[in-house]
Every structure is written in structure tokens, then in C-alpha cells.
Design a protein. Structure first.
Length: 95
């Protein structure tokens, strides 16, 4: 991100990584989800078409705030943006 501050995909991927960190307990869960939300929103501000950012926000909604409607919306948006992504479809099927 330092090399290219406008690289939205990097921010989206980092946001999704923070979701994984939250599930593994590597840092406090609340902090991990807060970082995931921050980075995902930064990515979407740069480019609303970043599926990784939507996937990250779906994970936060699903596992942190338990907002099933919001999780479903972000999962569906991620699938719409990248229909060939097996990871996105696997996570969407878990809701």
C-alpha cells in the first residue's frame, strides 16, 4: 500500500486478512474486526468494485455484528463482482 496508496485491491485483501486474524485470535477480536472494517471501507472508497473488500465486510457483518442481511448483501456483491471466485462462493454458501 505504501508503493501505491490508490491500490484498492491491496486494502481489500488486507481487510480480509484481518478477518482471518480475528478468527485465529492473533490480536483482540474487536481490534481485528475494526481494522478489517477500516481497510475495507478505504478500498471501497477508492473503488467500489473490489470483491475482497465486500467479502471482508461480509465477514465482519457475519461474525462480529451478526447482521445477516448486511452479510448477505456484501457476499452477493462479491459474487457479482467476481463470479469465478471459489473462495467467495464457499463463504457465501456458509451463511
Amino acid at each position: 500500500m505504501e508503493a501505491d496508496p490508490k491500490w484498492a485491491v491491496a486494502r481489500g485483501a488486507l481487510a480480509d486478512a484481518y478477518n482471518l486474524i480475528a478468527t485465529k485470535g492473533m490480536i483482540p477480536t474487536a481490534s481485528a474486526y475494526a481494522y478489517a472494517t477500516l481497510r475495507a471501507n478505504e478500498a471501497l472508497k477508492l473503488d467500489e468494485r473490489v470483491p475482497e473488500a465486500h467479502l471482508a465486510l461480509a465477514g465482519v457483518a457475519e461474525y462480529s455484528t451478526w447482521s445477516w442481511t448486511e452479510a448477505a448483501q456484501h457476499h452477493q456483491r462479491a459474487v457479482d463482482l467476481d463470479p469465478g471466485s471459489a473462495e467467495t462462493r464457499i463463504r457465501w454458501s456458509g451463511i
